[in-house]
Design a protein around this ligand. Structure first.
Ligand SMILES: Nc1ncnc2c1ncn2[C@@H]1O[C@H](COP(=O)(O)OP(=O)(O)OP(=O)(O)O)[C@@H](O)[C@H]1O
Ligand SMILES: [Mg+2]
Length: 235
């Protein structure tokens, strides 16, 4: 059956997120509309505290919208249980963070293989090896994160994020902890892999020039997207 939602990678309509804090409720997202098409690269910019990371968390199913419509990879997230949300994340979304988020007591290979094992993948080690080769780390399989450079750690994180074949890649300041040259290599890698996998990429960055290398730039201000929310907007 044809389902209109499957034609978009991400579709948000009037999304609000209100969280309690000691000072009372905080309206973090205040009516976000956003459409991202499959295979599209979206740069997301905006001042510190404007809600960029929170927006990514809602799209990844890590935070639940207080109200509004959230469809990602053709799935309506609002009605899902916690278990359904984690299954959704596992299969559909690859997340890359500024601070890598690798498990320090596991080798590069284990960091990539363990999430695959959780998915019930029989050939997790083999697939993880291939994915690490794909990001140029075939010679670092048995290194621990502490034995890897920042750029290498981010490559492991990218291999892990994309290992399950997710069609939506979410990256929150992925070069924020890297020097310029290393950051540029990581960005090139992300764009190359996105292209090869036909995935949509949502890239949060403070670097306007980097954002403009995406197909489109969305601007977040005070919990809303004030420009570039729909396809067809210029980068
Ligand atoms: N769990 C939470 N509880 C209460 N307030 C929160 C929570 N998480 C974030 N906030 C608030 O929501 C606002 C948006 O935060 P968010 O991290 O999304 O901003 P950001 O645009 O990613 O900023 P930066 O560019 O500094 O990373 C901030 O004012 C922050 O203090
Ligand atoms: Mg942030």
């Amino acid at each position: 059956m044809f389902d209109a939602m499957t034609t978009t990678a991400v579709s948000l309509k009037d999304v609000h997120l209100t969280l309690p804090s000691r000072a009372g409720n905080v309206d973090i997202l205040r009516g976000v509309d956003l459409t991202v098409m499959p295979g599209e690269a979206l740069g997301i910019v905006g001042p510190s505290g404007s809600g960029k990371t929170t927006l990514l968390m809602v799209i990844a199913g890590l935070e639940r919208a207080s109200r509004g419509f959230v469809s990602v990879a053709g799935q309506d997230l609002s009605g899902k249980s916690e278990d359904e949300l984690s299954a959704f994340r596992r299969d559909n979304v690859g997340i890359v963070f500024q601070s890598f988020h690798l498990i320090p007591t596991m080798t590069a290979l284990e960091n990539v293989a363990v999430p695959l094992e959780f998915r019930g993948e029989q050939n997790a080690m083999l697939i993880a090896t291939e994915k690490l080769k794909r990001v140029g780390l075939g010679h670092r399989l048995t290194h621990y994160p502490g034995q890897l450079s920042g750029g290498e750690q981010q490559r492991v994180a990218i291999a892990r994020a994309l290992a399950s074949g997710a069609k939506i890649i979410i990256a929150d300041e992925p070069t924020g902890n890297l020097d310029h040259v290393t950051g540029e290599q990581i960005i090139k890698l992300l764009f190359d892999l996105k292209q090869q996998d036909g995935a949509a990429l949502l890239l949060v960055t403070h670097d306007r020039t980097l954002a403009e290398r995406c197909d489109r730039v969305a601007e977040v201000l005070d919990g809303k997207i004030v420009a570039g929310a729909q396809p067809g907007a210029l980068a």
